[in-house]
Design a protein. Structure first.
Length: 539
């Protein structure tokens, strides 16, 4: 890999206080009202899908005894400081915890958008500036977060000592863009939504998913009843889709006033590019996932990136990046990802995954691409004997074939030579045997954490294989199709990853490999830099 990032220099700081003028003690209100799950619980649960426990800190005034008692009851971490000088509270907390990067949240926003936080985290791992401010554009009010460096937080001049700077933590950062690099990103997970364009144009600026008054709270509870019962981690995507279906649903708090500040304009004329990814229903979700991460990287490098799953001929004059396998379109400036008609030794093509038809230029290293989050090392210890299975969109029969094969090696089934004390399968259909733990889908950050805590990884040739290799796990492959059989045999020969065989033959196999990566191959996460070099050469 290109280096392991530390997880301990990024923190989520949530400013919280009971003494709200318009709506006192709102942060300890339950949503829904009879659930016992407070604002603070909702925030902590959402953040826990991305951050580890010791990265989530509530910043509270030292006089809030009721809040302190609640946080102690829950076991949440907190830091207290000045009630009036909120910025000072953040500064002292940053120094105390050794934070380098800060995600700032407020306790009156219980439904923060988890996906946005993921992509902001990815951006932080790519940012090189010492002084910066980072956020997402176009989210409903109350669903976004902002990020900045501790260096920017602690930056001081005579002009940054006004009362408004003490109350509003990051205002002094935004008011001086000549000092602090301002990154305003477009959320890649929302771009495919038609309704998102109205947000970009400011037509829906009245949409409030924050709580300042009782009407806000009533709407928050209504939204939970509509979305949270089936998906407790719903995000901006689901809220926008709900608005698109029923805009009157959100009229309840449309007239509540919001305090705003006039800030210097920092937007530059960015260079437009389109990234066309394979439709997930046809190509699987891997193409969309990696293109979203690629979008963040290119936005950080001053490009206006539009993610699309449909080609528009009237946009053929715009540079395109294609992650659509061998499908091609009439575009003057095109870059190809994993397209066998365009080998990676050309200037406008690269591979995010290796392929047998294209020999590696260096047998000791492998160029690839994934989210920079894949390079984070979790503090959770590896669980000896845990197997993680990724089954994607396999049907019931295929899922059952994998389960029956792997249960041979579960300690409850095999007392002579057990290998797995637990098996977690992500994707596929619900298992019939209770010894198989199952999650239909989880967030990418949680998935990486599961990889970290596993000893073995079993999957088919693809991005999960790369993630497992990068984390030095015992990876084994199965063939879920004819092409995956070919790729599995290639991975065994060239990468040293054991190939178990096609699904249909698993019932004939009574052993499971206990090692992988017999060939020491250095993984270099650099395929995305070739795309940036190409873009810089054509604009």
């Amino acid at each position: 890999m290109s280096g392991i990032h530390s997880t301990h220099d990024s923190f989520a700081f949530i400013q919280a206080r009971l003494g709200s003028t318009r709506f006192p003690k709102k942060i300890l209100k339950a949503i829904p009202e009879d659930s016992g799950v407070t604002f603070l619980d909702h925030i902590h649960r959402r953040l826990s899908t991305i951050f580890e426990h010791n990265q989530i800190i509530f910043l509270i005034p030292d006089s809030d005894e009721e809040t302190i008692q609640f946080l102690n009851t829950r076991g949440y971490l907190y830091f207290f400081g000045s009630e009036l000088d909120v910025r000072d509270r953040f500064r002292k907390a940053a120094i105390h915890f050794g934070a380098k990067h800060i995600f700032r949240l407020t306790a009156d926003n219980p439904f923060i958008d988890i996906d946005s936080i993921r992509y902001l985290y990815e951006a932080i791992l790519e940012i090189k500036e010492t002084y910066y401010s980072l956020s997402m554009n176009g989210l409903p009010l109350g669903m976004g977060v902002e990020c900045f460096s501790t260096a920017s937080l602690c930056y001081d001049t005579e002009e940054t000592q006004l009362e408004r700077h003490k109350e509003h933590v990051s205002l002094h950062i935004k008011e001086f863009p000549e000092v602090h690099k301002q990154y305003r990103l477009s959320p890649p997970h929302l771009q495919p939504l038609d309704i998102y364009r109205k947000f970009q144009n400011g037509e829906l600026s009245h949409l409030r998913i924050t709580v300042d008054e009782k009407k806000d709270f009533e709407l928050i509870c209504k939204i939970w009843n509509q979305l949270g019962e089936t998906n407790p981690f719903f995000g901006a995507k689901e809220v926008l889709e709900l608005y698109d279906i029923n805009p009157n649903f959100f009229n309840l708090n449309a007239n509540v006033e919001q305090v705003v500040f006039t800030l210097p304009k920092t937007e530059k004329n960015k260079k437009r590019i389109n990234v066309l990814y394979g439709n997930p229903l046809q190509f699987g979700y891997g193409h969309f996932e990696r293109c979203k991460s690629l979008s963040i990287y290119l936005q950080l490098n001053e490009y206006d990136v539009q993610l699309k799953d449909t080609f528009l001929e009237e946009e053929s004059n715009i540079p395109h990046i294609f992650d659509t396998r061998e499908i091609e379109y009439p575009v003057q400036n095109a870059f190809y990802i994993d397209n066998l008609n365009h080998p990676p030794n050309t200037t406008n093509a690269t591979f995010f995954l290796p392929h047998p038809s294209i020999p590696s230029s260096n047998e000791n290293s492998l160029s690839y691409y994934s989210s920079p989050l894949s390079e984070l090392k979790s503090t959770n210890p590896e669980s000896s004997g845990k197997l993680l299975v990724y089954a994607g969109q396999l049907d019931e029969t295929e899922s059952q074939q994998i389960d029956e094969f792997l249960l041979q090696f579960h300690q409850s089934k095999n007392q002579v030579n057990p290998q797995f004390h637990s098996i977690l399968r992500i994707g596929g259909q619900k298992p019939k045997d209770s010894h198989i733990e199952y999650q239909p889908r989880i967030s990418y950050s949680e998935f990486l954490r599961e990889i970290d805590s596993s000893e073995w990884i079993c999957t088919y040739f693809g991005q999960t294989m790369i993630e497992g290799m990068a984390k030095s796990k015992k990876v084994s492959l199965i063939g879920i199709s004819e092409i995956h059989e070919t790729l599995g045999l290639f991975a065994e020969k060239e990468l040293g990853i054991p190939y178990l065989g096609p699904l249909s033959n698993l019932n004939q196999i009574n052993h499971f490999p206990n090692k992988t990566n017999s060939k020491k191959i250095k993984l270099v996460r650099d395929a995305h830099t070739k795309i940036l070099n190409w873009l810089n050469s054509i604009v």
